[in-house]
Design a binder for this molecule. Structure first.
Ligand SMILES: *[C@@H]1O[C@H](CO)[C@@H](O)[C@H](O)[C@H]1NC(C)=O
Ligand SMILES: *[C@@H]1O[C@H](CO)[C@@H](O)[C@H](O)[C@H]1NC(C)=O
Ligand SMILES: *[C@@H]1O[C@H](CO)[C@@H](O)[C@H](O)[C@H]1NC(C)=O
Length: 408
């Protein structure tokens, strides 16, 4: 009897044991299956340089932004490269489906990116340590428009840019409360950058300039950076201006030492010893810099705070900050002259404004035919590539004269 009972016990034990082993096996298989699915599809990328604004998407937005525009900007720029140059270039493969997918948004008040200044400057300060890009890079000229609102001469600029997609990029900084359309032409759509509240004049102009430079630096193909106003016009066609800028060994920031109240008189001794009176310089606000200087300007933590704190009312730091910075740190890379013609000959605190009746072929030719300037070590009469100030009424005369005088 006892033997039989023990035998039955052993049998049931064995059965239980088998069931236990099967259960564990089944459980383990299930757990493995469940875990392996999400593991494979988990996004690995946590840091991407390609679309700057995407990394900040979770943060509260300070500006209204259309994310489609941001993405479209990236893709159209690389796509336009292709259109203008070579369809077999490598960047096509990287972003094959562009442009036709998202219809162009109607409002040009949409912003190029959604970053705050802090995020923007940090991103723009990054420099690739491998200098040769893995794709064919066409150097671009960044045209940075610092405007109050509308760009009244945009039809002239449209004709100037037409046919040169991929060789330029446009950035527009307006006053923050401007809500209209900057310009109706396609190349200006979605090219506005966010502008935090600034009061025009004084240091805020420099803030706007630095913001424009930082935004333009995000595009690694931008090599030269031109600052323009709404009253500026080009004096030559695109190919002439492009070649002049891209091939120049020097940058074009006007820089001179002026005695009297509107020059040295604006200096504040609180800036000593970082900036001395002997180093203080003045120049036109409308500058042209290369990538290296643009980076130095946006990364500067030494001079900028001094100008912010001590170049106050009636100092106009936009006329002093970059000229003084270059004079101290990089005197040899700059030509010390401006590329933008302006007429101060009639006196007063503002330059002369050219209207409809003054715009003639003679006037434009006179602006093109400067006094002698140096360009890459050679004298040239092409001192100015741009001119100001032209009021909106001059537009039709300019459009009329452009083919004959400016060759576009
Ligand atoms: C495009 O570039 C490739 C090499 O990168 C070259 O073989 C081809 O001729 C170019 N095509 C045009 C239209 O320039
Ligand atoms: C651009 O202008 C220059 C003169 O400045 C002229 O020689 C050239 O042919 C023009 N180019 C085009 C594409 O019109
Ligand atoms: C430019 O101006 C100088 C005199 O200032 C004149 O001799 C020269 O012929 C002008 N050149 C052109 C192309 O108008």
């Amino acid at each position: 009897m006892k033997k039989e009972i023990r035998h039955i016990h052993l049998k049931t034990l064995a059965v239980y044991f088998l069931i236990l082993v099967c259960g564990i096996g089944l459980g383990a298989t299930l757990i493995f299956c469940l875990y392996s699915i999400p593991l494979n599809s988990k996004p690995k990328q946590f840091f991407s340089l390609e679309v700057p604004s995407n990394n900040f998407i979770e943060q509260p937005r300070l500006y209204p932004i259309n994310p489609e525009v941001t993405k479209k900007k990236e893709s159209t720029t690389s796509h336009t490269n292709i259109v203008a140059t070579n369809t077999s270039s490598k960047s096509v493969k990287e972003e094959p489906k562009v442009v036709s997918e998202t219809p162009r948004p109607a409002a040009s008040s949409a912003f190029l990116h959604s970053m705050t200044d802090e995020e923007l400057f940090w991103r723009a300060s990054m420099v690739p340590r491998i200098h040769k890009p893995p794709f064919k890079k066409i150097p671009k000229v960044a045209f940075m428009f610092l405007v109050r609102g509308r760009l009244p001469l945009s039809p002239l600029w449209e004709r100037f840019f037409r046919g040169y997609k991929g060789f330029y990029s446009i950035y527009v900084h307006t006053q923050p409360y401007f809500i209209g359309e900057v310009a109706p032409e396609p190349m200006f759509q979605g090219r506005r950058i966010p502008s935090e509240v600034v009061t025009w004049g004084e240091i805020s102009m420099v803030e706007a300039e630095r913001r424009l430079l930082a935004s333009a630096l995000l595009d690694f193909s931008n090599e030269r950076f031109v600052l323009l106003s709404e009253a500026c016009i080009p004096l030559y066609n695109f190919s002439t201006i492009y070649a002049y800028l891209i091939n120049s060994r020097k940058t074009f920031v006007e820089c001179y030492d002026q005695e009297g109240p509107v020059g040295r008189g604006r200096y504040d001794h609180n800036m000593e010893p970082v900036v001395t009176l002997q180093q203080w310089r003045k120049g036109s606000q409308w500058f042209e810099v290369d990538r290296h200087l643009a980076l130095e300007v946006i990364c500067d933590k030494k001079y900028y705070p001094l100008f912010r704190d001590y170049c106050k009312p009636a100092c106009y730091s936009d006329e002093h900050y970059i000229p003084t910075l270059l004079n101290i740190e990089y005197p040899l890379v700059n030509s010390d002259r401006t590329l933008t013609y302006v007429d101060w000959s009639r006196g007063g605190p503002h330059p002369y404004k050219f209207g409809k009746w003054e715009v003639t072929a003679d006037l434009l030719k006179r602006m093109q035919n400067g006094t002698e300037c140096m360009y890459n070590g050679e004298p040239t009469r092409v001192c100015f590539l741009f001119a100001r100030k032209f009021i909106p009424s001059s537009l039709f005369r300019l459009l009329e004269l452009a083919p004959e005088v400016m060759h576009f």
